[in-house]
Design a protein around this ligand. Structure first.
Ligand code: GSH
Length: 137
């Protein structure tokens, strides 16, 4: 490889790197309106769960809250992001707000709990019931 083709190769690698960086971060950015809307979901609902219908971790969280804890749809605001046109943007907003992109993304009493493993850990340690009682009364 002579020096000019080496230069072209390096320039190409940098161009691809910057295009990927720019479009990668651009696609993961939610609009300020969506971020505000999601902050409203967190603040205005005692329990908010962002889920996807096909996700087994989400199903485990849903079972825990609705079947084991016998909570109702009035008590848990559940969004199935994969069934919503704006689901991707809501997921981007959740990532911006919490640093967590995966679902389920769970909030109780306006506080970020985390994912399914986090809520199951609260249950195993006996901390979930008092938290639900405090938030739901
Ligand atoms: N450790 C996480 C695992 C959650 C997880 O891996 N969720 C998958 C869906 S089943 C996910 O969010 N994948 C990325 C996506 O759907 O954008 C938890 O316990 O919640």
């Amino acid at each position: 490889m002579n020096s000019s083709s080496a230069f072209v190769f390096v320039a190409l690698v940098f161009t691809v790197y910057f295009i990927r960086r720019f479009f990668g971060s651009f696609s993961a950015m939610a609009s300020p309106e969506t971020v505000q809307k999601v902050q409203g979901y967190i603040k205005d609902n005692k329990i908010f769960v962002a889920s996807k219908t096909y996700c087994p971790y989400c199903q485990a969280t849903i079972k825990l809250l609705f079947e084991d804890k016998k909570l109702s749809e009035e008590q848990v605001f559940l969004l199935q992001l994969d069934t919503m046109k704006e689901g991707g943007e809501i997921q981007d907003a959740l990532q911006e707000i919490t640093g967590q992109r995966s679902v389920p993304n769970i909030f109780i009493g306006g506080s970020h709990i985390g994912g399914n493993s986090d809520i199951q850990a609260l249950e195993s340690s006996g901390k979930l019931d008092p938290l639900l009682k405090k938030v739901l009364g």
